[in-house]
Design a protein around this ligand. Structure first.
Ligand code: ATP
Length: 513
């Protein structure tokens, strides 16, 4: 199965089992907007808990807030979003398709790397054992040609983005002979800037209406509450404020399922530090966040950092945590050293003093900020794509199983009476009720036991508990483990302990400290 096929299956599976539905489906959907179904919302809530607790419980100097989506419109002027939250767009006149100019160039750069990899593979086959890859990469003229093209496009793009030079961006596309993936032609328009914020009106009469924006990030709600939280919480620098909430961006090139949506959710933490100490803290959060991802056990090699070539106007260091999705390594989280840009600008635009008096140094200053910003939906996609497996079993059968980490699994256990008679359903229901105060559990009596196991495997339930005739005699049940499919006979009295231990967040948190 190719990665593309795998991804298609994953999207279909997510819908079939109630994780994710296209929004407004009975009206043919709304592009790049999705709804979470009965299992999706559980998974999402567990991911949020993993993040929220890792921030606010494991760090005694981080607290949370929940600010409103609507904010004063001047906030978006101060933050730079009104002026500069743009994507450079280019249209192909033949296909009428619109692209982000920088993404077209990045795809071209990635293609050169693929060509180099293919040359290496061909040569490896030709030379066999004697193949010296390092030497080949150094001396082969075709490799040198691809590399030169890649580096030239890369360097020109970085410069053009930094200079905001839209003509140059177009020229790189022309010079690199990039064609539209749909029409195959090079009939390109000019490159234009397009603001990504959604606007709406506030006020009851339209004359008096004020244009306000749906927030494109949750961070600004934290900045404008800096003093409120610092004073009421008597917070001492360094400290952080965390928030989870919806954000909205009018993405032009929305694709890859829930990877790029127009309405999505972010988990952001702004960490306020002394000026001059921001790079130390940037490094701290870079390492800490990577640990958080890797603790899920999806394999360390599926993660990497991508340091930014083009720093945002406010940043003095920035990196992305990238995960290897079926469609390649892509950003799931950004870590940015934002200097004093945001607080400084809010001070300027609001006319209110936003300063911190440092009792240790005796100085007042505008704190510097290190931000960690992660998309909940991209995390959901990470978990789903890492967990999905179509497994061939030894007996020739196959099963689809979601190896979702137990702490994040939507349903923790299913209680199944072996047959629908002899008093087994009653005992099973009683057992389910005794577990439901602590865990999300399901009861299922329909179809053969094998089919019921498969249904639970497909939604990632870590445990299936089967009540059989022996249960009536000795108060024991079998517990089947999702990944190994092993079954154990255990006392009902031991179940809360076994399940509780496995699905608890403790194990994950222990890996973080
Ligand atoms: P990209 O380069 O992919 O557009 P970005 O660098 O603009 O992302 P940030 O502004 O740093 O993203 O936002 C922080 C996080 O929010 C991202 O790492 C991502 O997980 C999430 N995010 C951003 N845009 C979207 C979107 N359109 N849909 C889903 N998640 C998003």
């Amino acid at each position: 199965m190719t990665q593309e096929e795998l991804f298609k299956k994953l999207v279909a599976h997510s819908k079939e089992y109630g994780f994710i539905f296209p929004s407004s489906e009975i009206y043919d959907g709304l592009s790049a907007v999705y709804d979470y179904g009965q299992l999706g919302v559980e998974l999402k809530n567990n991911i949020k808990k993993y993040w929220w607790d890792a921030m606010t419980k494991l760090n005694d100097n981080i607290v949370g807030i929940d600010s409103a989506i609507f904010m004063h419109p001047r906030i978006w002027e101060a933050s730079g979003h009104v002026g500069a939250f743009n994507d450079p767009l280019i249209d192909n006149r033949d296909s009428k398709k619109r692209y982000r100019a920088d993404v077209l160039i990045e795809d071209f750069i990635a293609k050169q790397d693929e060509k180099i990899a293919k040359e290496v593979e061909k040569a490896r086959k030709r030379f066999g054992e004697a193949f010296d890859e390092a030497k080949f990469l150094e001396t082969n003229p075709r490799v040198a040609e691809h590399r030169a093209k890649r580096d030239a496009a890369h360097d020109r793009m970085v410069k053009a983005l930094n200079d905001n030079d839209l003509n140059e961006l177009r020229q790189i596309i022309v010079d690199s002979e990039i064609v539209c993936p749909i029409s195959g032609t090079r009939n390109w328009t000019e490159v234009r800037q397009f603001n990504l914020m959604f606007e709406t009106k506030m006020g009851s009469v339209s004359e008096g209406a004020n244009t306000i924006y749906l927030r494109p990030e949750t961070a600004q709600g934290i900045f404008v509450n800096f003093l409120n939280v610092q004073k009421t919480g008597r917070m001492k620098i360094p400290f952080g404020i965390a928030q989870i909430g919806k954000a909205f961006r009018n993405e032009i090139v929305a694709r890859q399922f829930i990877f790029r949506m127009r309405e999505f959710e972010q988990m952001e933490m702004q960490f306020f530090v002394r000026p001059g100490e921001e790079l130390k803290w940037f490094d701290h959060w870079r390492q800490t966040r990577m640990k958080w991802h890797r603790a899920l056990g999806f394999g360390d090699t599926h993660y990497r950092f991508h340091d930014h070539d083009k720093l945002a106007h406010y940043a003095n260091a920035a990196t992305d945590v990238e995960y290897e999705f079926p469609f390649g390594f892509k950003e799931v989280e950004g870590i940015h050293s934002r200097t004093d840009f945001d607080l400084g600008n809010h001070q300027k635009f609001s006319g209110k003093k936003i300063q911190y008096f440092d009792t240790e140094t005796g100085e007042s200053y505008v704190p510097y900020v290190v931000e960690t910003s992660i998309g909940v939906d991209r995390m959901v996609l990470q978990v789903l794509s890492a967990s999905y497996e179509e497994q061939k079993l030894d007996n020739g059968e196959s099963r689809t199983v979601m190896h979702i980490p137990a702490a994040l699994a939507p349903v923790k256990a299913a209680v199944l009476p072996l047959v629908k008679k002899d008093g087994l359903p009653e005992v099973a229901r009683e057992l389910m009720h005794s577990l439901k105060f602590d865990h999300n559990v399901q009861y299922d009596e329909k179809d053969s036991i094998g089919k019921r196991y498969r249904r639970q495997d497909a939604i990632g339930t870590p445990f299936c508990i089967t009540v059989d005739h022996q249960t009536l005699e000795d108060k024991t049940v079998t517990i089947r483990h999702r990944d190994s499919m092993e079954q154990q006979r255990v006392a009902i009295a031991d179940l809360p302990g076994i399940i509780g231990e496995e699905v608890s967040f403790r194990k994950l948190f222990a890996k973080l400290s």
